[in-house]
Design a protein around this ligand. Structure first.
Ligand code: NIG
Ligand code: FE
Length: 422
């Protein structure tokens, strides 16, 4: 007896299911398992995947209210972007011009620009302005195939403004097609009113902001909230990062660390020690820390658009992470300072060249592993029965075109929770 479902998408020349491995990410040398089905099909019911297989088998097993012919094209899971600074006001095009003239990111930050320039603009913006700006970025991300996005606070740096950013993220999650996973990044920079008194700002984070955010989470969100820290020279040192992350863990939050973007302060080792969900940037990470990530459940999130955006030549030593057995993911880091980039397609193109990933590894790093980096691996990132039906239909028929071509949008269509949205 055939079961009736809402939708069958069939005739995918290549259907990449990109499966989870043992209920977790694809680790080390196993990265790049695309679970490829030629002439594949997906049956979708109530927004979830009901069946996956060849077109012949799926069409024999299910009757559907709606059928979509993929026309022999490539079909993959919706892309997952596990590290963005989605919400901000203003731009930093002038600072980019200064950097082109020779100033460094850290010099601009030390002179009161950088993150704190965006903090001033964001504090002045209304929540409606923040939501509008964030929605425009989500529109661009969706058009480029991203269906789940992590978004951080971190341009408020005072309790009310940080909560406003969380509210903006929650509003976007509710109103926009793209799923938004919020992260509290109150420890993004020491705000101007605490200049030279970083310890006092950490006191505020621990004593006021984290409890307020914990309360916000309890009222607003079913999932645990992430807490992230920018562990970097000029931002928060290792001891401060530990204080903040330990307070967040006591408040029931899951942890992330921005570590080793410019200098190694030991943030990766700390993240692994504290059981962080991910360690992000990981450019200057030591061999010992890479080994520690490989032995842990912490996902290594590389952000190749950031060195590219900064015109730097050093990238995550991704092959070392894989040799150590780590779960590697990639993300845009979309932000106004270092990488204003909404496209995971460009990130895959950078990952093939500068992280030296194969196209298959880049795709798995941008889907299933990215989902595990933000605690969504059980729900999205792969085309497996029971997961949300988030799919991209590409304008190409071979997965090896992804990461190979760049600078144009290869998306033909996007299905989100079973609905055609692009
Ligand atoms: O991930 N490094 C810290 N945060 C961002 C930059 C944010 C900004 O410059 O506004 C990053 O690169
Ligand atoms: Fe970042």
């Amino acid at each position: 007896m055939t079961q009736t479902v809402d939708l069958i998408l069939y005739n995918a020349g290549q259907l990449c299911t990109v499966p989870a491995h043992g209920g977790g990410p694809q680790r080390g040398a196993a990265l790049g398992d695309l679970g490829l089905i030629e002439d594949g099909a997906v049956a979708v019911h109530a927004g979830k995947i009901a069946g996956v297989g060849t077109s012949a088998r799926v069409r024999a097993a299910y009757a559907a209210r709606q059928q979509i012919d993929a026309g022999g094209r490539l079909v993959t899971p919706g892309l997952v972007d596990p590290h963005t600074h989605l919400i901000w006001a203003g731009d930093r095009a002038g600072e980019f011009e200064q950097r082109l003239a020779g100033a460094t990111y850290q010099e601009i930050m030390a002179a009161g620009g950088g993150i704190n320039r965006t903090v001033r603009a964001t504090r002045e913006a209304s929540i409606d302005e923040l939501v509008t700006a964030g929605a425009a970025r989500l529109d661009a991300m969706l058009a480029h195939g991203t269906t789940t996005v992590e978004g951080k606070t971190g341009y408020g740096l005072v309790t009310a403004a940080e909560l406003r950013m969380l509210d903006a993220l929650a509003r976007l999650d509710a109103a926009h097609v793209v799923d938004v996973v919020p992260t509290f990044l109150g420890a993004h920079a020491v705000p101007p009113e605490f200049a030279g008194r970083a310890g006092a700002y950490v006191d505020l984070l621990v004593n006021e902001m984290i409890p307020a955010v914990q309360f916000w989470q309890a009222v607003n969100r079913p999932d645990p909230l992430f807490c992230d820290v920018f562990c970097e020279a000029g931002a928060f040192d290792l001891a401060q990062t530990r204080r903040i992350l330990e307070a967040a863990a006591r408040a029931g939050m899951a942890l992330k660390v921005h570590a080793d973007e410019f200098e190694n302060l030991g943030g990766v080792g700390l993240g692994v020690e504290l059981g962080a969900a991910s360690v992000d940037h990981i450019v200057e990470t030591s061999d010992a820390e890479i080994e520690a990530v490989g032995r842990s459940n912490t996902v290594a999130v590389s952000l190749p658009a950031t060195p590219f955006g900064l015109a730097q030549s050093k990238y995550t030593p991704a092959r070392k992470f894989l040799a150590a057995g780590a779960a590697l993911a990639v993300a845009t880091d979309c932000n106004p300072g270092t990488a204003w980039c909404e496209s995971m397609q460009l990130v895959m193109a950078l990952a093939t060249r500068y992280l030296r990933l194969t196209q298959a590894q880049a795709l798995a790093a941008a889907t299933v592993n990215a989902a595990f980096a933000i605690g969504r691996g059980e729900r999205v990132g792969s085309l497996e029965v029971g997961k949300q039906a988030d799919l991209v239909i590409w304008n190409v028929s071979d997965y090896r075109q992804l990461g190979y071509r760049f600078g144009v949008n290869l998306v033909r269509g996007v299905i989100k929770a079973g609905e055609t949205v692009v």
